[in-house]
Structure formats: structure tokens, C-alpha cells
Design a binder for this molecule. Structure first.
Ligand code: SF4
Length: 700
């Protein structure tokens, strides 16, 4: 059949969490497949950003891993699958015998699908450890913690569609949808703005979101350009303003008294926390005029429906859980939950970052966020799996890396690149070097694969099928086009083989295809229970979907929250400074973020000619006054240092960033922001503080 006669395949963009539908047209040769728009795709109606349009470029890339690799005498050599899998199984068995099951760590990935992450976490638990985690730890672990404990589910409370239809105010804090979720921004957010919604952006950096709504040029929208790490005081000013105005004029509707009384608890705690709160001093700390914050508070409180969008500018702090809790406080006291156009909505970064956690690839939860230390929940999963699961939460990503060479001796990494993605990358490399055994399963020889003993060549997103869950809880099917390299294997097939070789044919790893795995996932994951591959169809279904026939929920908590007593939890929080603040040696605050044209550690986007052409190298944004002080001109090569390392990059002198703050990205192997970032963690969610570190800059 010629390529023109082959039907294009409907699937999902492999990049961000918006989950845009795209089509892939098979070519003459498998590697010639190309992108096509999917005009009536459910989420995006055919629109895509630059990443979606370029998504097929990595599939046939010359750097693809095509054969298994085994390290011998310090060098990789090609191996057969038999040799490679035997080595993996032998080493995993040896580590368990010589140490114990907790001497292994397993990393899942949001670049891989629900079925694959489900099987990886099952493999870890069958091995006898809860040391399994995924890259959600790096982006929204704190958001998930706050949402789950205070409202019930660690996910967007609402949906892009109902926000477009109903929101009057879009409060976007620490998120940059103009850059990171372009179709959410240009389609859903833009439509809401066209219908009259106001945008309040809270971010230390002026960016594509600022420019896409011309925020600086109108009175209607606002950009509160705060100092990194001052989100709690800023929101406390907002909340205090709302409470004070309510006390002065109880009939003006500043808070929703009925909602607070009937559907929440903790309101008095919030009032007590803010007793005597000095708004002037807090505004000074934030670096934002008090009257601007008060005006923003009024816009939020007086909107009929006000929606909060939260991103990694909020979550990636040692106070990440409290940052998001304060957004929840604001939404709860104003009754902005449980109805269309409202809520607290994390914008998720990767195409399956929601699903990877949904299916239990985390050290403290089983599929469907059932806690491993909840006996009843754990036993119900054990009944299906046929083996016991450890009842203590395991280690998180960064904790596993820190324990490498100490209590952890082996790592199984599927699609992750911790050398680039974790903070303090130089230290991560040292730790990986200390491990007895590392296996990496990926499509390219990543910076982390350089430290592997065995590398297993996997297939790309376009070559295999399964499901992914987008930022608004929509479980969608990805459909395979065709395999490019004969001797690569699907992630699921590799895990099936490893599990069966390790534990035997009847151990529950012998699956023929992703649908069989999904059928088992449904059994142990209540929020997915009502879905099947057939009912997912092309539209997908938004969880929770408890029973067959449920259509899923566009927004959550219409009648009650999913907490133990059904009430939304309000809890006052106080300012906590970042763990590193500027001093004489490192007088600047370094903050980080991503670019539209690149994708996290750049494994895929740096190999995509269309994307890499836009930004082939890293750079640092610096304010003109700082640049003058340091004698830096726009375009100069500069060295940025922190207590953990240094990078050399080009300086961009711009008023986009505040004085005293510099901004750079993690995408580039030779100059990643994560050579500099601080690996200190939020105590509860264990997310690192990527967004604030002390730094210095010098011109070379
Ligand atoms: Fe892909 Fe996200 Fe762009 Fe949509 S917005 S095309 S999902 S990268």
C-alpha cells in the first residue's frame, strides 16, 4: 500500500499536559511518518503549537537507540535482548539477596503511558519495595498533596472547557500557559478573555502569557511581579483584604458565608493566622505595591466565577504545599469551588503527568491514590495482585538519588533523566556512579544512560498504544502507527518480560497487550473503574468514572468534598523564606522555568530540528540595572554560579525580570539550570526548591 493510501492514525501529542489530539500519516518508510492536524480532536479541534506540529521529528531520528547495550570494561557494547534481560534479572535478584528489596529504586515517567507506569509500580511492589516514583515529584507533588488532603483529589478541580464557558477571572499564579500550555492559552483562556474574563497573572517574570493578553497595556488585566518565594505573603494580603472588606461591608459579597459554614472547616484558624498581619510590610517583601494586590483581590472576590491556575512557580518551593493550600483557602472562603468556571487548577507539564500518579507510580500511594499504609485499601489491591505489598511508604525520587550507594544499590529507570531533571545535577552524577547497578529503558542515550550498566532500547510514542491522562483528568487513547527499528521493544513488553523472568509465568506480569493491562488497572483503581478501551473511544473520559456508563466529571465537588468528613479544609499559612536567600557571596536570586519550544530535559526537543532551531542554547535573563552593575552587555557570555556548580550562557538583558533576580532554563545538557539549583525539599511532598537559589554572575 502506498503511503497516500494508508489512513492517518489518531493519537495524542506526546508533549505537554493539554493532551491535544493529532494525526500521524504513515510514510513510505516507517521513519517517514509525519504530523497531520486532527480537525475534530476533542480537546484542541485541530489546533497545535510548535511542539505538536514537530512531534514526529524524533521518531526516526538518527540518535535512536536500536539495540540493547551492556557496559563492559567501562564501555558500552551491543548485546542481544537475551543477554541484556538476563543481566537485568540477575542483577535485580542479586541486589535483593545481598541487600534487601529497598536497595532498589524504580523511576517511572510521565513520558510513558498509564499501562507502562502501572506495570512498573507493580513490578517494584512485587519486588518488595515502595521505592517507586515518577517525575510528578519534580513538578506538582506539593500541589497534589495540598489538593488531596484539603479537597480530596490531587488534580484539576475543573476543566479547560468549563473555564472557557464560565470563568470571569483567571488568576494565574506561578504558571505560564502562554509558553507551557499554548493551546490551553490560545484556545480556552483566550476565549474566556474574549467573553469578558479578567486575567490576574502572579509571576516574577514577564513572559508569553503576559504578552498574549497584553496584560501590561490595559487596566483590565494585571501582572503582579513578585519576588520569587513570596507567594504566601501575597496571597495573605489578598485574603486579609477580602476578610477586612467583608467585616466592613458584610452585604457586599466579599466572602461566601453560606459556603464557608456548610462546606468548609478551619475558617477561624485562617482568621487567627492573619490577626495583626501587616499588609504594608508583606507587600514590601513581595516587591509589589499594596494597592495593586488589593485591586487584584477585589477583582477575584467580585467575580461571579473566579478560577485559579497554579504552576511550578508555586509548587517548586520548600513551602510548596503551603503555597497551594493558600490558593485553596482563597477559593474556599469565596465559594469558588464545586461549580463551572472556578476551582484550583494545576496546569500539568507532561502528556501523562496526571496519569503516572493516578496509576500508583508513587512511593506512598497505590493506583487511584489509595494509601499504601491504609490496610483496607492495600489489601483490596493485594487480593487482585496475589502478593503482599509493603505497608510503609517508600523513598521519593530525590531521596532515592541521595541514598544511592548507601541504602540504595540499584536503579531501574524508565524514560527518566535524573541527571538533568533533579536539582544539584553534579551531585546526582556522583551518586549514580556509586550504584552497583543501573538499567535505563529509553529511546535515546540520555545523560543518565551514560551511567547505566544496561540500556534497553524502547519504542517512541508513535510506535505503541496505550492511554494517557491529560491535565483535566481526561483519559485518552494513544494509537500506534508502526515500529521503526525492528530490535527495539515497547516499554510494556520489556516490563512484562522482566516481571515474568523475575517472578514466574503466573506472577501477574504476562500480558499480551496494553488493553489487558488496562483491564487489570480498572480493577484496582476506583477512579478508572468504569472505563474501557471501547468507552474511551476518541473522546476519552474525565475521571472519576466509578462504574461503566459514568460519563466522568467536568468539574469536581458539586455537593461535597472527597475528604473524610466531606468538608473543604481551610488552614492558615505563614510566610517561609526560601532555604537560600541572597548574601554577600551569592547576592542574586536564581529562578528557573521552561521554554515553549523545549520539553523538560530536552531529550526529545533538542533532537527536533524545528524546535531546537528556535533555542539551540541556554541563556540567562538579567535586569538592565543588574547588568550595568556587573558590566554585562546584552549577548555577553557570562558564568552563573551557585553553591553547587556553574554554567556558562549568553546574557539576555531585559526588563522581563525583576532587579536582583536572574532566570534560566533546565533544557540544555551543557548548561542546565539544574547544575545550580538547590536540592532542599518540601518536608511533606518532598519536591525540590527549583524556584529560588542564591547565585552570582560574572562576565567572562
Ligand atoms: Fe502538544 Fe501541548 Fe502543544 Fe497541545 S499545547 S500541541 S499537547 S505541546
Amino acid at each position: 500500500m502506498s503511503s497516500d493510501e494508508q489512513q492517518p492514525v489518531e493519537t495524542i501529542c506526546p508533549y505537554c499536559g493539554v493532551g491535544c489530539g493529532i494525526k500521524v500519516q504513515p510514510g513510505e518508510a516507517p521513519e517517514d511518518m509525519r504530523f497531520m492536524p486532527w480537525g475534530d480532536a476533542p480537546v484542541n479541534e485541530g489546533r497545535v503549537c510548535i511542539k505538536g506540529g514537530a512531534a514526529t521529528e524524533v521518531v526516526g531520528h538518527e540518535d535512536r537507540l536500536t539495540e540493547p547495550l551492556i557496559r563492559e570494561d567501562g564501555e558500552f557494547r551491543e548485546a542481544t535482548w537475551e543477554e541484556a534481560l538476563t543481566r537485568v534479572v540477575d542483577e535485580l535478584s542479586r541486589i535483593r539477596e545481598e541487600h534487601d528489596p529497598d536497595a532498589m529504586g524504580f523511576f517511572g515517567s510521565s513520558k510513558t503511558m498509564n499501562e507502562e507506569n502501572y506495570l512498573l509500580q507493580k513490578l517494584a511492589r512485587r519486588y518488595g519495595t515502595n521505592n517507586v516514583d515518577n517525575c510528578t515529584r519534580m513538578c506538582h507533588a506539593s500541589t497534589v498533596w495540598a489538593l488531596r488532603t484539603s479537597l480530596g483529589a490531587g488534580a484539576m478541580t475543573n476543566s479547560m472547557a468549563d473555564l472557557e464557558e464560565a470563568a470571569d477571572v483567571l488568576w494565574i499564579q506561578g504558571a505560564n500557559p502562554g509558553e507551557q500550555h499554548p493551546i490551553a492559552n490560545s484556545q480556552y483562556f483566550r476565549q474566556a478573555v474574549l467573553e469578558g474574563a479578567t486575567v490576574i497573572q502572579v509571576d516574577p517574570h514577564a513572559n508569553k502569557t503576559t504578552r498574549s493578553f497584553e496584560i501590561e497595556e490595559t487596566d483590565r488585566h494585571m501582572h503582579l511581579q513578585l519576588e520569587p518565594g513570596t507567594d504566601i505573603p501575597l496571597l495573605n494580603i489578598v485574603i486579609k483584604t477580602i476578610l477586612d472588606r467583608h467585616d466592613e461591608n458584610p452585604d457586599e459579597g466579599w466572602i461566601d458565608e453560606t459556603f464557608i459554614e456548610e462546606r468548609t472547616e478551619g475558617f477561624e484558624d485562617l482568621r487567627e493566622t492573619l490577626e495583626g498581619f501587616d499588609k504594608e510590610a508583606a507587600a514590601e517583601e513581595c516587591g509589589v505595591p499594596l494597592e495593586d494586590i488589593e485591586r487584584a483581590a477585589e477583582k477575584y472576590a467580585m467575580g461571579n466565577n473566579s478560577a485559579i491556575f497554579t504552576g511550578m512557580g508555586m509548587s517548586q518551593h520548600t513551602c510548596g504545599v503551603d503555597n497551594v493550600q493558600n490558593e485553596i483557602n482563597l477559593a474556599l472562603i469565596t465559594g469558588n469551588l464545586g461549580k463551572p468556571g472556578t476551582g484550583v487548577n494545576p496546569l500539568r507539564g507532561q502528556n501523562n503527568v496526571q496519569g503516572t500518579s493516578d496509576v500508583g507510580a508513587m512511593p506512598n500511594v497505590l493506583p487511584g491514590y489509595q494509601l499504601v499504609d491504609d490496610d483496607e485499601a492495600r489489601e483490596s489491591v493485594e487480593d487482585v495482585w496475589g502478593f503482599e505489598v509493603p505497608d510503609e511508604p517508600g523513598l521519593t525520587n530525590v531521596e532515592i538519588s541521595r541514598a544511592a550507594g548507601d541504602t540504595v544499590q540499584g536503579l531501574y529507570i524508565m524514560g527518566e533523566n535524573p541527571v538533568m531533571s533533579e536539582p544539584d545535577g553534579n551531585h546526582v552524577e556522583e551518586r549514580l556512579d556509586d550504584l552497583e547497578f543501573v538499567v535505563v529503558q529509553d529511546i535515546f542515550l540520555t545523560e543518565t544512560a551514560d551511567y547505566a550498566d544496561v540500556v534497553l532500547p524502547a519504542t517512541t510514542w508513535a510506535e505503541r498504544g496505550g492511554t494517557v491522562t491529560n491535565t483535566d483528568r481526561r483519559v485518552q487513547r494513544m494509537r500506534p502507527v508502526e515500529k521503526v527499528h525492528e530490535n527495539t521493544r515497547h516499554d510494556l513488553d520489556i516490563l512484562t518480560e522482566v516481571g515474568t523472568r523475575l517472578f514466574g509465568e503466573d506472577a501477574g506480569f504476562d500480558f499480551d497487550d496494553p488493553e489487558e493491562v488496562f483491564e487489570e488497572l480498572r480493577e484496582v483503581c476506583p477512579i478508572y473503574h468504569g472505563m474501557t478501551y471501547d468507552t474511551l473511544g476518541t473522546e476519552g473520559i474525565q475521571w472519576p468514572c466509578y462504574e461503566p456508563g459514568d460519563e466522568g466529571d467536568q468539574f469536581l465537588y458539586e455537593n461535597s468534598f472527597d475528604t473524610d468528613n466531606g468538608l473543604g479544609q481551610i488552614e492558615g499559612v505563614r510566610h517561609q523564606e526560601p532555604k537560600e536567600t541572597p548574601d554577600e557571596e551569592y547576592p542574586l536570586i536564581l529562578t528557573t522555568a521552561r521554554l515553549e519550544e523545549h520539553y523538560n530535559t530536552g531529550t526529545m526537543s533538542r533532537r527536533s530540528p524545528t524546535l531546537n532551531r528556535q533555542h539551540p542554547e541556554n541563556f540567562v535573563d538579567i535586569h538592565p540595572k543588574d547588568a550595568e552593575r556587573y558590566g554585562i552587555d546584552d549577548g555577553d557570555e557570562v558564568t552563573v554560579t551557585s553553591r553547587r556548580g556553574e554554567i556558562t550562557v549568553e546574557a539576555h538583558v531585559t526588563e522581563d525580570i525583576k532587579e536582583g533576580v536572574i532566570w534560566t532554563t533546565p533544557h540544555f545538557a551543557d548548561a542546565s539550570a539544574n547544575r545550580l539549583t538547590n536540592d532542599v525539599l518540601d518536608e511533606r511532598a518532598k519536591i525540590p526548591e527549583y524556584k529560588a537559589a542564591a547565585a552570582e554572575i560574572s562576565v567572562d
